[in-house]
Design a protein around this ligand. Structure first.
Ligand code: PDD
Length: 284
């Protein structure tokens, strides 16, 4: 099926959707994005995604092309036009099109692009089997809290993982894991305490991460927000990731060391179930 894509005010066939070679995102990675998941044709946590988009723009002094309310209207139209039941909506804002120059253009109009990707999120084979991850040095820039399209380091990490027969990469800085190539990282200690890195400019402030913390608070599962080392991860009882597209998914191997018995652990399986239940009930 040919998808309908949104580009700067128009809904067009994916084969006709284009942006200029002078777009600042193409030349400078001068763009920010969001990925919102869709189940039952409804969006999960979309207000939080749009709020983070606004923050990313503010941090980069980038103009928003329209209000978050107008963006939501476009997202809903895309879901409808593409008959999207389950999958994701990708949304990207760039500083716009201008002749190549490092300084910001004076009167460029921001570019807005959105498209959908149909994908099984709930019955995801990887989530059932559990992921294997390798660790790689975190070579990204120092403002990982801004969700920019500068994703080359993450792409290199993921590609290395795949070439080494793994599913994903966890990135390491000063001996501690920051996050996964496109997800937040967690371990579970022997006593059932969940450890995940505290918020800061070293990681993306995951929307799904915030939901995990809320669920744990509600279920009296203790969470400590601090950096954890590769050695701690290898010795953990369970490990997992979170993201809009993976929800909560178990990690069962780190650098060829099985985590626990090498199968998805009971805590992460329960968290995934209650997350999906909550997301489904609150989706809009
Ligand atoms: N990635 N950390 C990084 C580096 C990410 O790229 C992502 C999301 C997350 C999780 O954030 P959230 O829970 O808000 O999705 C953490 C998206 C899914 C992507 O790039 O496709």
């Amino acid at each position: 099926m040919t998808r309908t894509v949104y580009v700067n005010g128009e809904f067009v066939s994916e084969h006709e959707a284009t942006v200029s070679v002078f777009d600042r995102a193409f030349l400078f990675a001068d763009g920010v994005y969001e990925v919102t998941s869709v189940i039952d044709a409804k969006m999960i946590d979309n207000n939080a995604h749009l709020a983070r988009l606004e923050r990313s723009c503010r941090e980069l002094r980038m103009e928003l092309p329209c209000s978050p309310e107008d963006m939501e209207v476009i997202q809903r139209q895309l879901i409808e036009r593409n008959d999207l039941e389950e999958g994701v909506i990708y949304l990207q804002v760039t500083r716009g099109t201008a002749d190549r120059d490092f300084k910001f253009p004076k009167d460029a109009k921001p570019t807005l692009v959105m498209f959908t990707q149909a994908r099984a999120l709930i019955d995801d084979a990887l989530a059932q089997r559990g992921l294997s991850v390798i660790t790689v040095p975190d070579i990204r820039w120092k403002r990982r809290d801004i969700k920019t399209v500068g994703l080359l380091a993450a792409s290199l990490a993921k590609q290395q993982a795949v070439e080494e027969g793994a599913d994903d990469a966890w990135m390491v800085e000063d001996g501690f894991i920051t996050e996964g190539s496109s997800n937040n990282a967690y371990i579970v200690e022997a006593d059932g305490t969940i450890i995940t890195r505290q918020l800061g400019s070293e990681i993306l402030h995951g929307i799904t991460r915030a939901a995990v913390l809320e669920l744990c608070g509600r279920d009296n599962i203790s969470v400590v927000e601090r950096p954890f080392s590769v050695d701690e991860a290898v010795a953990a009882k369970e490990a997992f990731i979170s993201s809009a597209s993976a929800f909560i998914s178990p990690v069962v191997r780190i650098n060829d060391h099985p985590i626990g018995d090498g199968k998805p652990g009971p805590l992460v399986q329960r968290l995934r179930e209650i997350y999906i239940e909550m997301a489904r009930s609150l989706a809009t």
